[in-house]
Ligand binder design. Structure first.
Ligand SMILES: *Cc1c(COP(=O)(O)O)cnc(C)c1O
Length: 225
């Protein structure tokens, strides 16, 4: 499997522009998936659950110390401390309260500031959490005060089952929100990243300015449930 996956990832990589960072989403796959990504030169690993990531981290962090771990799934406040022990990036920061908790615990742990993306919801979606644009813009001054985290960008997950045109429109709206935010002067906020695009829509996301994509199935095949 390692060989097969790493070839798959290597050829996928060739189709992606250099400036786009590939986060290999290895959730529900064995640590072999992570080893395959590293063998193909992809050191950015996406996991959606803290518990699962901790187990994998324990198994491979000794022989693969250079991985960057990205949390892409919902984070509950009571798991922040555990998450900060492993993850370099948290893409799924979906409320001011969570951002403040991460900031406080990051200070307590006296660690390098975690890199955060703010999860935005640009289309009503009962299955997703995250900020609507207006709410986010309103809270930015408070987010800008957090000194123990680096707020790096926005994360977008379009609602399930949208057609291509709608998906494109959401990615475009994300880009435009990023541009709006960047046009203001901030103390700490550094909105240089757009985390968007999964297996079925990464091309559209790149076309609209994604700087990080999060493919899973296209690299490792379907997940069993
Ligand atoms: C599962 C997941 C992915 C990867 O999805 P694929 O369809 O396997 O590419 C990307 N981002 C998030 C937030 C996910 O939960």
């Amino acid at each position: 499997m390692l060989e097969h996956w790493s070839q798959q990832i290597a050829s996928f990589r060739q189709t992606i522009p250099e400036h786009v960072r590939i986060i290999a989403v290895t959730k529900k796959k064995s640590v072999t998936a992570i080893e395959a990504a590293a063998a193909a030169g992809v050191y950015d690993i996406g996991e959606s659950q803290v518990q699962e990531a901790m187990q994998k981290h324990r198994q491979i962090s000794d022989h693969l110390p250079n991985l960057n771990w990205h949390l892409i799934g919902r984070l509950q406040s009571n798991k922040v401390r555990k998450a900060l022990a492993i993850f370099d990036w948290i893409h799924s920061v979906d409320s001011l309260k969570l951002a403040q908790t991460i900031d406080r615990i990051s200070q307590e742990l006296d660690r390098a500031p975690p890199q955060l993306c703010l999860q935005v919801k640009l289309e009503a979606d009962p299955q997703k959490t995250g900020w609507a644009s207006e709410a986010l813009i309103e809270q930015l001054p408070l987010l800008d005060r957090l000194e123990h985290v680096e707020i790096r960008g926005l994360m977008v997950i379009p609602p399930f089952g949208l057609d291509n045109a709608k998906t494109q429109a959401i990615f475009q709206a994300a880009k435009s929100l990023q541009t709006t935010i960047q046009s203001q002067a901030w103390q700490h906020l550094r909105m240089d990243q757009l985390s968007m695009g999964m297996s079925n829509d990464y091309q559209a996301a790149i076309a609209q300015g994604a700087t990080m994509i999060r493919p899973g199935r296209v690299l490792f095949g379907d997940r069993d449930h």
